[in-house]
Design a protein around this ligand. Sequence first.
Ligand SMILES: Nc1ncnc2c1ncn2[C@@H]1O[C@H](COP(=O)(O)OP(=O)(O)OP(=O)(O)O)[C@@H](O)[C@H]1O
Ligand SMILES: [Mg+2]
Length: 359
Amino acid sequence: MADNEELPEGTVRNILDQETLKWVFVGGKGGVGKTTCSSIISILLASVRSSVLIISTDPAHNLSDAFQQRFTKSPSLVNGFTNLYAMEVDPSVENEDVGGNEEMDSLFSELANAIPGIDEAMSFAEMLKLVQTMDYSVIVFDTAPTGHTLRLLQFPSTLEKGLQKMMSLKHRFGGLLTQVTRMFGIDGDFGEDAILGRLEGMKDVIEQVNRQFKDPDMTTFVCVCIPEFLSLYETERLVQELTKFEIDTHNIIINQVLYNEDDVESKLLKARMRMQQKYLDQFYMLYDDFHITKLPLLPEEVTGVEALKNFSHRFLTPHQPSAGNLTVEEMEERVSTLRKKLEDAEADLEKLRKGKQKA
Ligand SMILES: Nc1ncnc2c1ncn2[C@@H]1O[C@H](COP(=O)(O)OP(=O)(O)OP(=O)(O)O)[C@@H](O)[C@H]1O
Ligand SMILES: [Mg+2]
């Protein structure tokens, strides 16, 4: 466990300083501030990089709300900037611009049924392929709430499975598959070879992107959360999943923090502040090797470029926690108790979910 002085700086400056970064994912539970934080990170990056693209992969797009400007599935310049672009894509909708015909698409939907998530993975891969050719200095993702994001990050393996499945079908059924595609009135150009071709055509991009996503010099994942139990719990799950996928993460943004107990008269707020403090302490204990950036809960929403820019200063203002007077052993003891509690909570939640499904 690090001493107080050794704790990583509590700001996102490390992201601006990491000149090799190409992909920055911003994710977390619903409503915690992912869109606000990713928008501000992209604004900050635009001040040190030649060109920045922010992409929303959340079907409930809200970049348009945050910037108060309408965006589409092609990058457009954000008002007031010369090098910041934004686009909103829906990964669950098949991209129409990739060619093919109806029969081919229907075969695709067959394949999609056989391999869950494959069409989402395909359109994500196609989007990445497009974005790769556009030559942005860095790309920021405003992702959908946790579960969805984790699925997207698994897309290389989903596509690989799809490719294998097609190959094995081809081996097993050989000519039969061709006959079937003919039966559906699909000739050679749009038959199973064309589909295989489409998957294989993306193999290079997938492999390249997969390599880049697993390279901590090029990719990092910023976890956004609030100081409450469920959010702490989801952050822990997210960090574990990211570790499993070998995706770097070393920034946590804790949003909506109530500051200055002295200013607060309300009993309710005082109680909430104590509750927040408990979880803040736990975040600092569990993630002492992360850059933890604390952001205040503002009296108003953060919408429009001006509001985003004003708030951006808080992302670079360091704040160190007071670790109290605990010894290293006491801290470690607390961390392991906490991790155990989170595991128990996972089991409890799982039971609850199962109960719900039955009901
Ligand atoms: N620190 C803050 N103080 C006050 N309001 C905030 C703060 N952070 C975010 N907000 C506001 O809270 C709302 C939700 O934030 P945001 O849209 O960034 O969350 P999100 O995680 O992207 O949500 P979703 O999961 O729905 O995409 C927005 O209206 C935003 O302006
Ligand atoms: Mg959002």
